[in-house]
Ligand binder design. Structure first.
Ligand SMILES: Nc1ncnc2c1ncn2[C@@H]1O[C@H](COP(=O)(O)OP(=O)(O)OP(=O)(O)O)[C@@H](O)[C@H]1O
Ligand SMILES: [Mg+2]
Length: 414
């Protein structure tokens, strides 16, 4: 059976809509890609709804034109500083006379895990069951059919601010598309570039985008820690613009054409001659100074990453190291800098196992969009966001908690 699936990555610098056909064995065949510059977003969240709608609509239209497919629903990525995550356990007794664990027991355990106090202005985005404990026996991945007296579930819960989430939902819906599910961006990126072996061994996914750096730590196949750091490629560009007194466009050009995350110790007198875009005058810029600016910011990002590893409690427990995605992962020698500073394996990840128009999206900035497709293929739509008459409903427009719980269970059970 084949069916069509759509992912929309609403990033700080670009909106990327991808239409694909799901083939046997989970292969993804890309039918169309719609890429437009993003507007109305700052550090991953919608700050101007009209601009965001226009950018999203333009991206959707391009993807529709290229694929010949009319997009009705899509999986949409969510990120931003408002995202928070925590791990929570739920425990239930197995009441049936034969003590056989059923889907319903898992639902009750996951619900119990969710009973942790979530502040009123926050909404749950994911409750991801990660491992189960039956009568004290840890590390069980699928307890259905087992016998026991007591079932515990370990979950990873991701929440976001209601208003930030609703502004994203509204922007996509007003651009004419309903939402199959919202997916935390680093989880989507992880789907695209990590292998099962990476996740089993212990790995940190780092998506260094334009506005934010999103991270997710996977251990023993499950997700243990997620976080969003409010620094991305735009900060590198702004630093260059400020220090070298050039326009934003010139700074972006310098970064991408000449930039390097490591400024060599023995600088030659390498001088870059740029035409400043405003005045048409020529300006001479030290290549070494350019790289020093980039290295300073890159080191700051690495310090944040180290802080997150420590905060997660998994320092020394990431044998598969770090996998970088996002546009800024393309900054030459960024991986080398991280390897040197943290002493762990680092590689740049690109989306794999895609066919069709794959050559347009097999690079790090497209990991989130491709990952949204994989997430959708793996978990299916989560019964959310059924708006009336194509309009977003003010109250409960993203499905009731119970509907979402059912959705999650459908997603995560075999
Ligand atoms: N070759 C390169 N070297 C350095 N930086 C690059 C390169 N190519 C792209 N970038 C940077 O990547 C960033 C965009 O990355 P990406 O497309 O992943 O961001 P986004 O998804 O729109 O943003 P976010 O995920 O933060 O919301 C920009 O800051 C851009 O300057
Ligand atoms: Mg991104």
């Amino acid at each position: 059976m084949q069916h069509t699936i759509v992912g929309i990555d609403v990033g700080t610098t670009k909106v990327c809509t991808v239409v694909a056909q799901l083939r046997a064995e989970g292969r993804i065949n890309i039918l169309g890609v719609g890429l437009t510059p993003s507007k109305g977003l700052d550090k991953g969240i919608v700050v101007n709804i009209d601009d965001a709608i226009n950018a999203i609509a333009a991206s959707i239209e391009k993807a529709e034109r290229l694929s010949g497919y009319r997009i009705g629903t899509a999986f949409v990525g969510v990120a931003g500083r408002h995202i928070a995550s925590l791990n929570s356990r739920g425990v239930v007794a197995i009441g049936r006379p034969d003590h056989e664990i059923t889907r319903n027991d898992i639902a009750r355990a996951v619900e119990a895990a969710q009973a942790v106090a979530i502040p009123t202005q926050r909404e749950v985005i994911h409750v991801i069951p990660r491992a189960y404990v039956v009568d004290g026996h840890e590390g069980i991945r699928d307890p259905i059919g087992m016998s026991g007296y007591r079932l515990e579930v370990e979950t990873h819960i991701v929440t976001g601010e209601i208003m930030a989430i609703q502004n994203l939902i509204k922007s996509v819906q007003r651009a004419g598309v309903e939402i199959d599910d919202l997916v935390l961006q680093p989880l989507a990126s992880g789907e695209a570039v990590l292998t099962d072996e990476d996740k089993d061994r212990g790995v940190m996914l780092v998506d260094i985008g334009g506005g934010t750096t999103d991270i997710a730590i996977f251990i023993q196949g499950g997700i243990w820690h997620t976080s969003v750091i409010p620094i991305g490629g735009n900060h590198f560009t702004n630093d260059i613009a400020c220090v070298l007194h050039v326009t934003g466009n010139t700074a972006e050009y310098l970064k991408i054409r000449y930039g390097n995350a490591i400024a060599d110790d023995n600088p030659d007198n390498d001088v870059i001659d740029v035409e400043t875009l405003t005045s048409g005058e020529h300006q001479k810029i030290s290549h070494h100074l350019l790289n020093e600016i980039l290295q300073a910011r890159a080191e700051e990002v690495v310090e944040f990453l180290y802080h997150e590893i420590r905060r997660s409690g998994y320092e020394g427990l990431l044998p598969a190291g770090m996998v970088l995605t996002g546009g800024s992962a393309q900054l030459p020698r960024f991986d080398e800098l991280i390897r040197e500073m943290l002493g762990i394996p680092v590689r740049v990840g690109v989306p794999v196992d895609v066919t069709g128009l794959a050559d347009t999206i097999d690079s790090p900035p497209y990991a989130t969009a491709v990952g949204l497709l994989r997430w959708g293929a793996r978990h299916g739509p989560a019964l959310v966001g059924t708006a009336q008459n194509g309009h977003y409903e003010q109250n409960g427009g993203w499905g009731s908690a119970y509907e979402r719980l059912k959705g999650w269970l459908k997603e995560f059970l075999p």
